[in-house]
Design a protein around this ligand. Structure first.
Ligand SMILES: C[S@@+](CC[C@H](N)C(=O)[O-])C[C@H]1O[C@@H](n2cnc3c(N)ncnc32)[C@H](O)[C@@H]1O
Length: 367
């Protein structure tokens, strides 16, 4: 029995069967033994690949998007970007390496719940004290037009969303799919919520009847996720960021009625070491548990398009063309710049692949 299973077993003996989302919370984030609290992470040396981990091109496109939003906001002297679920800091590294025009104004706040991953960020990025990102711009004696803002980029890392960042961009790549979710099953008498109990040594499913309103019609045996974690996170981000902000979440996504038509093992997946893991109640804490995001359970986004469309709208084709040009010029030298430029072509193919990452949804909210 894993430490997470022992913890859950004690909890179930004390309280009776517990809702599935509490099991996901413990499996992923138990402070001593959860998957992300120990070794789990994105990356080639991790457990699964995400768009930032494909290579630096994704971050270069995000840098262009940041510049567009900064320009739209009138090029403010302070431009705050909060990256939630920032993992080991790969996206931040690529954004900063792309040298966006907003760099001097940029305060880049990485928010990551996992302590081991925050430690990796600290090795890869020149992090400053958290207070540096939220310090106001010092007005010179008597005010006046010559206000000199601190030169960015200022990069900081936090374990949770900052209190009141003011108008900002909140980015979240593959965060929502990793936030605790419940499970409902359609039975002969309506919808039931999946709880987890114990039977001997095993953790077992227990169905508890629940209210049926709001859930789609579905055949007996169909399951749907209940995405309280993802929905609460978006509502929280909207409340924190406030007017003039933009929340951008990128993830594999669908809708509740569509998920109800598919086998649940297709949209609730487990991963470890770049392979699919076992059933979700198996080896708790040693594998990732993730769920396609039911967009209809979130606050309604102002924009919902595919990752491929979003990347094209923010200039991925120009960056690939530029890469081809650099490769042609530098191929005889064969240096790192030449190799990096050439790899943009294959990175773009992976990022825009309509049967893979390109089909992810980019959801935007503008409070
Ligand atoms: C699938 S990983 C994605 C990492 C990275 N964004 C990427 O695309 O490679 C999800 C990350 O979100 C983190 N996470 C989960 N809940 C969080 C929360 N409430 N606040 C900050 N980070 C969180 C996890 O620890 C994990 O590192």
């Amino acid at each position: 029995m894993t430490p997470v299973e022992e913890h859950l077993r004690a909890e179930i003996e004390r309280r009776g069967p517990i809702p599935f989302d509490e099991v996901v919370e413990a499996a992923l984030y138990h402070p001593d033994a959860g998957f992300y609290a120990t070794s789990g992470r994105a990356g080639r040396r991790g457990d699964f690949l995400t768009s930032p981990e494909v290579g630096p091109l994704f971050g270069a496109v995000v840098a262009r998007a940041l510049d567009a939003w900064w320009a739209e906001a009138g090029c403010p002297a302070v431009f705050t970007v909060v990256e939630a679920g920032a993992g080991p800091g790969t996206l931040a590294t690529a954004v900063l390496a792309a040298g966006p025009c907003c760099s001097e104004a940029l305060r880049y706040v990485l928010v990551e719940r996992s302590a081991p991953q925050r430690a990796i960020q600290a090795e890869r990025l020149a992090l400053e004290e958290a207070s540096a990102a939220f310090a106001g711009i010092a007005e010179p004696e008597g005010g006046g037009p010559d206000v000199v803002p601190p030169t960015g980029p200022i990069v900081v890392s936090l374990p949770e969303l900052p209190g009141a960042p003011g108008p900002c961009i909140v980015l979240a790549n593959e965060l929502l799919d990793n936030l605790p979710f419940g499970l409902l099953e359609r039975t002969a008498i309506g919808w039931s919520e999946l709880h987890v109990g114990v039977d001997g040594d095993a953790l077992v499913e227990v169905l508890v009847p629940t209210a049926t309103e709001g859930w789609p019609a579905a055949p007996i045996g169909a399951r749907v996720p209940c995405q309280t974690g993802a929905s609460n996170w978006v509502w929280g981000a909207l409340a924190l960021a406030g007017p003039g902000s933009r929340i951008v979440a990128i993830d594999y996504a669908s809708t509740t009625p569509e998920l109800a038509t598919r086998p649940w093992s297709e949209w609730l997946r487990t991963y470890r070491l770049h392979a699919r893991g076992g059933p979700p109640l198996e080896a708790l804490g040693s594998q990732d548990i993730t769920c396609e995001v039911a967009v209809d359970q979130l606050p309604t986004p102002t924009s919902n398009r595919s990752q491929a469309d979003w990347l094209r709208a923010h200039g991925i084709d120009e960056l690939v063309a530029e890469g081809r040009q650099i490769w042609q010029e530098r191929a005889p030298i064969g240096d790192l710049a030449a190799i990096r430029a050439r790899s943009r072509v294959t990175e773009a193919e992976a990022l825009c692949d309509e049967s893979g990452l390109g089909a992810f949804r980019v959801l935007e909210w503008a409070p």
